[in-house]
Design a protein around this ligand. Structure first.
Ligand SMILES: *[C@@H]1O[C@H](CO)[C@@H](O)[C@H](O)[C@H]1NC(C)=O
Ligand SMILES: *[C@@H]1O[C@H](CO)[C@@H](O)[C@H](O)[C@H]1NC(C)=O
Length: 445
């Protein structure tokens, strides 16, 4: 005799006939969590299978070295002194495989003549035509067009395009020398949000389900160093792409002109009306570095860059970022090191000590500090959201960081460097020793 019967409530409970359907329903309900878990694992495996075969992902697996970057101990006040000198250290290392897109944080890296290995090897460009043209402009001139590089300066949302570098890994079960990913020396992965075009409640449900099944973002894989065979097979042609005053010959990896689907999606995502293409710098590129850089006779090799703006390496003192961050307008988001797109973030000394460095040693290797970094409006873009602030840090920087007589109209923060040898190693925690200080005078493009 159950309690329900005693209370006369039993008649309100539907009697379940022990039919086959009931068994299935009850069993199904009991196993629902297991089914959900099973599907989750299936999708998880699917997404992991989609990782480039034969490779491992380059970069930090633990949390970012910059996770505590706003801590007061990096503000450069109460500097620890060692034998009367500040003890500088490398705090964080970054590469940006695609210019102006999100970077990859490293624990250690190799520096080659052009800067950090894998840094700025790719770049987006848009096709710009001569405009306006007049009626009597010759046809040939009207048809003239040029690929011009784009950055967050004009397209802030580029900050939200994620990049990954996957390198051949002989310990991977799918590794083989014939594997295309291995032959290309690894894979560049590009990820960006999928636009949800589904409207209404039903559309939203469909959107949700497809995002669970296929991920909420596009993911594209590109051979990092395409072999001649891959260049032919994928019809990567060569074209000139204008970046500042250079027009290096570059490989067209994808282009809306060729109707490559993912880059059409990216073009909509970024809201670009012109044709958009992704370029890879070619091996025989000749973006040689002069201006403030030491010459070949001094270095023993000719300094060159990939798609960096001007010099191979960018070093940033976290204390200087703190100092500026404290002076910003109240409504500005917290200023971080990544607003300034450094390769090397250092801590240990006072703000702006780096302004007069000429030569430094990091770990066991020497670097020439060629010049100061003259800032444009790019640091106004929040690197996490891709949203540009209306005035900061440009406004604050302009008030007191116009310190270089070579370009007195613009503010400076960070230093441009050229490696003293063609190959060196660098890692987080390396000691930084100042070998030489002196004057700087910025030479414009
Ligand atoms: C290139 O295409 C040829 C012919 O379709 C094929 O045999 C070869 O495996 C392809 N190579 C690569 C690297 O994709
Ligand atoms: C940058 O700051 C300076 C100084 O406040 C100001 O004159 C200039 O208009 C700013 N530039 C932009 C584009 O906001």
């Amino acid at each position: 005799m159950s309690l329900l019967k005693l209370m006369g409530l039993a008649k309100y409970i539907p009697r379940l006939e022990p039919s086959l359907a009931t068994y299935i329903a009850v069993t199904g309900a009991c196993f629902l969590p297991a089914i959900v878990l099973g599907l989750y694992l299936l999708f998880d495996i699917r997404s992991r299978q989609a990782d480039p075969a034969g490779c491992r992902k380059l970069g930090l697996r633990i949390q970012s070295q910059l996770a505590d970057q706003h801590d007061k101990r990096y503000s450069g006040t109460g500097v620890e002194q060692q034998n009367g000198a500040a003890s500088w250290r490398v705090k964080s290392l970054w590469i940006y495989p695609i210019k102006s897109c999100r970077g990859v944080e490293l624990n250690r890296g190799t520096v080659i003549g052009t800067g950090m290995e894998y840094d700025r090897q790719f770049c987006f460009a848009q096709l710009s035509s001569k405009f306006p043209t007049s009626l009597d402009t010759p046809q040939a001139e009207k048809a003239e067009h040029k690929w011009k590089f784009i950055t967050q300066r004009s397209i802030a949302a580029m900050a939200t395009i994620k990049t990954e570098v996957w390198l051949p890994d002989p310990s991977s079960p799918s590794y083989s020398r014939k594997q295309p990913n291995v032959q290309s020396g690894g894979v560049l992965v590009i990820k960006f949000p999928k636009l949800n075009n589904n409207i209404g409640p039903w559309g939203r449900l469909v959107g949700l389900l497809t995002s669970i099944a296929g991920g909420a973002e596009h993911s594209v894989q590109i051979p990092f160093n395409p072999t001649p065979e891959q260049i032919t097979n994928n019809s990567y042609n060569t074209d000139q792409m204008e970046i500042w005053k250079d027009s290096p010959k570059s490989l067209t990896i994808a282009s809306t002109e060729n109707a490559d689907e993912w880059i059409q999606e990216l073009r909509f995502y970024l809201g670009i009306t012109n044709h958009l293409a992704l370029f890879r710098i070619s091996k025989d590129n000749s973006r040689e570095v002069y201006r403030c850089a030491p010459r070949k006779e001094e270095l023993g090799y000719q300094s060159k860059v990939g798609f960096q703006d001007a010099y191979p390496l960018h070093i940033l003192n976290l204390a200087s970022v703190h100092e500026i961050g404290m002076k910003l307008a109240r409504d500005a988001p917290p200023l971080g090191a990544l607003n300034f797109r450094p390769n090397i973030v250092i801590t240990g000394g006072e703000p702006y000590a780096e302004d007069s460095w000429k030569r430094i040693r990091i770990g066991e290797y020497d670097y020439y500090v060629a010049c100061r970094t003259v800032r444009c409006l790019l640091p106004n873009v929040n690197p996490a959201t891709g949203i540009r602030h209306g005035s900061e840090p440009n406004k604050t920087l302009k008030t007191y960081r116009r310190i270089d007589e070579g370009d007195p109209k613009n503010a400076c923060l960070g230093m441009q460097m050229v490696p003293a040898v063609e190959e060196s190693k660098i890692k987080v925690g390396d000691a930084v020793e100042v070998l030489e200080t002196g004057e700087h005078f910025y030479i414009k493009q």
